[in-house]
Design a binder for this molecule. Structure first.
Ligand code: DAS
Length: 356
């Protein structure tokens, strides 16, 4: 074979490899959208209805079809797991969702997961998944404060952002994320702080980053254990022990606490005033309930970041109570329920509250 022919063959081969590599590098990520309902799937009668509408109406394929730009960002596939308002989530919904995600993240043709979800309990689901899914792949929970039928609806951009983040390599290993209003928040920290604005979700210790026009800008990383570093695994959890929340205020009584105990609660989250305070009329009842084997966990009802320390407001060592540290009552309920699947020891439970 002549030298020129050889050179041409080598050039063609090199070009082919280069094109192949470029094509692979530009290959779009594969993102699965698991839909559960909520306002992001809501529909109102009129474009002026930003607050009066029905949640959980629009199917996932219609949500995807409504954002043609998604196809340039990722290969997207939708699954309609539930179609409910999230205030109606039960522990069984958390388990079903978690187990479905655990299957999908094992698939080589899945690079990231988006969960569309109502905003009312989104923060609970996000924290639950953060505790029990063993994968570094991005899992992004997203909702909306206005239905897609309203003027200036926020769901489209929230969902687009969620898909681009879920398909991003730099979102891997950061725990479960929540993308709302251009922010990227940690599923552990974020909570719904305002219920009538699109800027509804806040993390007391700050967002992890921003997502703008499909690009992520990171400013901090999660500090607590999550996902692959968690000792809890959804594949080993088939039920969640009953944990209830009792909301404290002035004039508080022990009626709710005793009713929860009688109903079989394994732990009661005391949604305390201030930094975990307990009314002097309530202390004897909680001491008695602890002696009956029910865990008492002091959290704070303060909505922009409570901070409860052991033996500060109350002698937790003496009463064998637990503190929820910076977790709000609804997050404390999730962690207590997951933790009780593996231990009933109060010292172990307290360790878990410090670490997660
Ligand atoms: N009811 C609310 C929910 O499903 C609607 C929403 O804000 O998503 O959580």
């Amino acid at each position: 074979m002549g030298m020129n022919r050889m050179r041409r063959l080598i050039a063609v081969f090199a070009l082919t490899v280069t094109v192949g590599v470029l094509a692979f590098a530009q290959a779009k990520p594969n993102v699965v959208i698991i839909a559960t309902g909520g306002t992001i799937a809501g529909a109102g009668a009129d474009a002026t209805n930003s607050a009066t509408y029905q949640a959980a109406k629009v199917p996932v394929d219609q949500l995807i079809a409504g954002i043609p730009q998604l196809s340039a960002a990722a290969n997207v596939k939708g699954e309609q797991l539930f179609q409910i308002a999230s205030e109606s989530f039960k522990n069984e919904h958390l388990l079903t969702l978690g187990k479905r995600i655990a299957v999908l993240v094992k698939q080589n043709d899945v690079d990231g997961i988006v969960v569309t979800h109502g905003t009312d309990t989104l923060e609970e689901t996000a924290y639950f998944l953060n505790l029990v899914i063993h994968s570094e792949k991005p899992i992004v929970i997203v909702g909306a404060m206005r239905p897609g039928t309203a003027m200036s609806a926020d769901g489209m951009l929230n969902l687009y952002n969620a898909v681009t983040v879920a398909g991003s390599k730099d979102a891997r290993g950061k725990g479960v994320l929540v993308t709302m209003n251009d922010e990227i928040n940690s599923g552990r920290d974020v909570a719904k702080a305002i219920n009538i604005k699109t800027e509804a979700f806040k993390s007391p210790w700050g967002a992890l980053g921003m997502v703008v026009e499909g690009k992520n800008y990171w400013f901090r990383l999660p500090a607590k254990r999550h996902t692959v570093n968690s000792e809890f695994d959804i594949e080993k959890i088939n039920s969640l022990p009953r944990v209830e929340i009792a909301y404290a205020s002035g004039n508080v009584s022990d009626v709710a606490y005793r009713a929860f105990a009688d109903a079989g609660a394994k732990a009661i989250i005391h949604a305390a005033t201030g930094n975990g305070s307990v009314s002097n009329t309530l202390v004897p009842s909680l001491v008695e309930l602890r002696k009956k084997g029910i865990h008492i966990i002091r959290s704070s009802r303060v909505d922009s970041g409570g901070f409860v320390l052991r033996n500060a407001e109350q002698p937790d060592d003496k009463y064998d109570w637990i503190v929820a540290h910076d977790l709000n009552p609804q997050k404390a309920r999730i962690l207590a329920s997951v933790a009780l699947t593996s231990t009933n020891d109060s010292k172990e439970l307290q360790r878990i509250f410090w670490e997660y």
